[in-house]
Design a binder for this molecule. Structure first.
Ligand code: PAF
Length: 277
């Protein structure tokens, strides 16, 4: 496993790889969810590249960029033995030099949910992922289902810009009580960690209602909202029952749908989702 920081070295090492390259872009502070992406990339490709970069442009001015957990040594330790060929750790100076002025703006699918709650977020994500794709030139790239809208944005970008990269989506990994694994879970106090189970409970309720034949999306949103409101530490950002293809809010569930939510537990904003079909 080679760890490279300068961009020219990452490019040079990439050129030496033959066969297919699986790429796992991350912001570090790795957990089992990231390792599942690496594992799948390892199975499906001749070589695996992981990037670790906390991308400043996808954080809003009042978001947690400064506080976002970072521990490169811990990350490298976790990646050891996972069959990773290259770990690329770019610097801000190289990713965003002072003259930087080109952005990737994916329209429509970014207008709702996370895009509406976090203006500019997906512009930052799409831009950094496009840059990383250009540097790494992967055959396949691996993303978690937990960030369902991010996956849609990246798939749209890859198709629209003819990038010719296969996007592989890996199911969300959960703690034993259902909480989706996330680097941000580290922010939660023990009390908040308990309260955070409400996200999975609300999604499970949505699925149960749907399985029981409920087609009225508003009724499902209403019951999810009522359940979350019973948790004193939880504050809802959004609760959504949307079309699984375009993420448009549904009134009646007449096609594949996904329940998704963003909830603040104390100061920590958590997101999660669950397909309803
Ligand atoms: O999902 C993430 O960790 C980030 O949004 C990504 C894709 C690495 C881009 O910074």
């Amino acid at each position: 496993m080679q760890v490279v920081k300068p961009l020219f070295e990452a490019r040079a090492l990439r050129q030496k790889l033959s066969g297919t390259v699986g790429f796992v872009p991350t912001m570090g502070y790795l957990h089992e969810g990231h390792l599942a992406l690496v594992k799948q990339a390892r199975i499906e490709n001749s070589a695996v590249i992981v990037s670790i970069y906390v991308n400043p442009t996808q954080f809003g001015p009042r978001e947690d960029f400064g506080a976002y957990p970072r521990d490169l040594n811990r990350d490298l330790e976790l990646l050891k033995g996972g069959g990773v060929d290259i770990v690329f750790v770019p610097s801000d100076d190289e990713m965003y030099p002072p003259e930087f002025s080109s952005w990737v703006d994916v329209e429509k699918v970014t207008e709702r949910l996370e895009g509406a709650a976090r203006p500019g977020h997906f512009r930052g994500v799409a831009t950094v992922v496009a840059k990383l794709f250009n540097i790494v030139q992967p055959s396949r790239a691996y993303f978690g289902q937990k960030d369902a809208q991010q996956v849609m944005v990246i798939k749209r970008m890859v198709a629209d810009l003819n990038m010719g990269i296969e996007i592989v989506v890996v199911p969300t990994l959960r703690e034993s009580d259902g909480l989706a694994m996330s680097s941000r879970n580290i922010y939660l106090s023990p009390k908040e960690r308990q309260a955070a189970m409400i996200l999975f409970k609300a999604l499970t309720l949505a699925r149960q209602l749907r399985r029981g034949g409920e087609k009225d999306a508003e009724e499902i949103r209403r019951q999810m909202t009522a359940l979350i409101q019973k948790e004193p530490l939880a504050q809802i950002d959004y609760v959504s029952i949307a079309d699984a293809e375009a993420l448009e809010e549904l009134s009646s569930i007449d096609r594949p749908a996904v329940a998704s939510l963003a909830v603040r537990i104390g100061k920590t904003r958590l997101i999660d989702n669950m397909p309803l079909e």
